[in-house]
Design a protein around this ligand. Structure first.
Ligand code: NAD
Length: 502
């Protein structure tokens, strides 16, 4: 492991100590090396330097993790645990995350490149809110009672009821853009429902999940309730194909989601897939330009555009189009790129050199297809995987950049003349995850809210999520709703029980 100081000297003692432990996998509550002995370097995207390495799991480690999760799922300790006791464990975990929030935020910064205030006051807050919200569901998983007729059994009256029971051992595979938040969004509803978990963090961002694993053990969950296998796509595939896993919850690219769907068919696993997006931001004629600029900038540049709901297609009424795109370009040009621990930094790097090059390729493709560059369009001359916030104007629906997910700080704008045209453009996508409409006109806002074909619609807002509000996609953006009441349904199966009334 070739390491160099980079940002490490800016981290607190506890985060540095954790990195120095060179974490292993979490299997049956123990910090475990990979069966193969393999390890993978973890890079700081702000500098490209190695900050530690972690165990690189494989199929044998998935077997061990599934065995541990299954044993715990079937154990009396977990199976018979009262709902309130599970709730208490989840709150205890939240207390520990609160205690160590500064450490987790720093690990998130060094692993993802996001700036510290965002990690500390964004990711950590969302993760905690989500965990505490889900803790409350343990005691509210309910069924129904039914008065059936059974008219072909005339002499006997029956009673029926439904119950919801944990789906079993769940495999959860998450991406690199919000590593801790994604881990909590996955494990919290699963544990609340009484499932046990095999979690695979993204290969680029294993750190906060592994730290979380230690807090899960400290909180007092039974060993094996949550197992964490770090590694690449092969680990994900082994989880998807494993006969000992009952359900897969996945967040990531549509291509990986399609592969998972195919592989999961053999064992008929339950699936929830939160996939890619190409979310439209629709600015109507009456929207004040400063509000439009601020809204559009937040929609695309939040988390460096590495957000599945990033507002990457900007549709603006022609009467204010040039003012809005020029204002957005001005905002983009004014953003200060910086290392995550640099207090002056407003936007960090992308996750990897591969992702930066992918983003650059999309921008070049858009320029080749006739888009007009107003800001950015290049990687700055510095270490790390930075890419300048980029504003492209004069898009057309046939451009690749109008149709495919870039997952970077790149927006393509185009004008429209009528509401009908705006709606048609907004809905002209194979994706349907998020969409926003910006206007002071309540009737128009409601017309768009009704007609936008998307899992999530915001009015005069974008990218805001709350644990009580269901979240998920239509079309190629996947299916299943995380958060809200629906999250519990994802992790339970319904059972009908019928008996004669004696
Ligand atoms: P990815 O979808 O390939 O990876 C996400 C996670 O899935 C990782 O943990 C990865 O190891 C795992 N994985 C990949 N292929 C798998 C498979 N066939 N079976 C099981 N697990 C698998 O994403 P990426 O390669 O890191 O990024 C590529 C693109 O995906 C991005 O540019 C972006 O467009 C998109 N993406 C979307 C989201 C989102 O939240 N919608 C998140 C990350 C990436």
């Amino acid at each position: 492991m070739a390491s160099s100081e980079g940002q490490l000297s800016k981290l607190g003692e506890a985060a540095r100590t954790f990195l120095a432990t060179r974490p292993g996998l979490l299997i049956a509550g123990r910090n475990t090396p990979a069966a193969s002995g393999a390890r993978r370097d973890v890079l700081d995207p702000s500098t490209g330097l190695v900050v530690t390495d972690v165990a690189e799991g494989g199929a044998a480690d998935v077997d061990a993790a599934v065995a541990a999760a299954r044993a715990t799922f079937q154990s009396a300790e977990w199976r018979d645990m009262r709902p309130l006791a599970r709730e208490r464990l989840l709150h205890r975990l939240a207390d520990l995350i609160e205690r160590d929030a500064d450490i987790l935020a720093e690990l998130e910064v060094i692993d993802t490149g996001k700036i510290l205030p965002m990690a500390r006051h964004g990711d950590l807050v969302i993760a905690l809110d989500s965990l505490r919200y889900m803790a409350g569901w343990t005691t509210k998983i309910e069924g129904t009672t039914i008065d059936p007729s059974f008219s072909y059994i005339p002499p006997i009256r029956f009673s029926a009821r439904t119950v919801r029971q944990p789906v079993g051992v769940v495999g959860q595979i998450i991406p690199w853009n919000f590593p801790l938040v994604m881990a909590i969004w996955k494990i919290a509803p699963a544990l609340a429902a009484g499932c046990t978990v095999v979690l695979k963090p993204a290969e680029d961002t294993p750190l906060t999940a592994l730290y979380l694993g230690r807090l899960i053990a400290e909180a007092g969950f039974p060993a094996g309730a949550v197992n964490i296998v770090t590694g690449g796509r092969e680990v994900g595939m082994a989880i998807v194909e494993h006969p000992g896993i009952d359900k897969i919850a996945f967040t990531g690219s549509t291509a990986a989601g399609q592969d998972i769907q195919r592989r999961a068919a053999a064992t008929m696993k339950r699936l929830s897939l939160e996939l890619g997006g190409k979310s439209p931001v629709v600015i109507l004629e009456d929207c004040p330009v400063p509000m439009a600029v601020e809204g559009a900038a937040g929609a695309i540049f939040f988390n460096h555009g590495q957000v599945c709901t990033a507002g990457s297609r900007l549709l603006v009424h022609r009467s204010i189009y040039e003012d809005v795109v020029q204002g957005l370009a001005h905002a983009a040009n004014g953003m200060v790129l910086g290392e995550g621990m640099d207090p002056a930094g407003q936007m960090g790097p992308l996750i990897s050199a591969r992702q930066r090059d992918r983003v650059a390729g999309y921008v070049q493709g858009a320029l080749d297809q006739g888009a007009r560059l107003l800001a950015g369009g290049e990687a700055p001359d510095r270490d790390g995987f930075f890419y300048r916030p980029t504003v492209l104007a004069d898009g057309t629906p046939s451009m690749t950049i109008f149709q495919e997910e870039v997952f970077g700080p790149v927006v393509i704008a185009m004008p429209f003349d009528t509401e009908e045209e705006a709606l048609a453009l907004a809905n002209d996508s194979c994706f349907a995850l998020g969409a926003s409409v910006w206007t002071q006109n309540l009737a128009a806002a409601n017309r768009f809210a009704g007609a936008l074909r998307s899992g999530n619609v915001w009015i005069n807002a974008h990218n805001i999520l709350d644990p009580a509000v269901p979240f998920g996609g239509w079309k190629m953006s996947g299916y299943g709703r995380e958060l809200g009441h629906s999250a519990v349904e994802l992790y339970t199966e319904a059972k009908s029980i019928t008996m004669p009334l004696l």
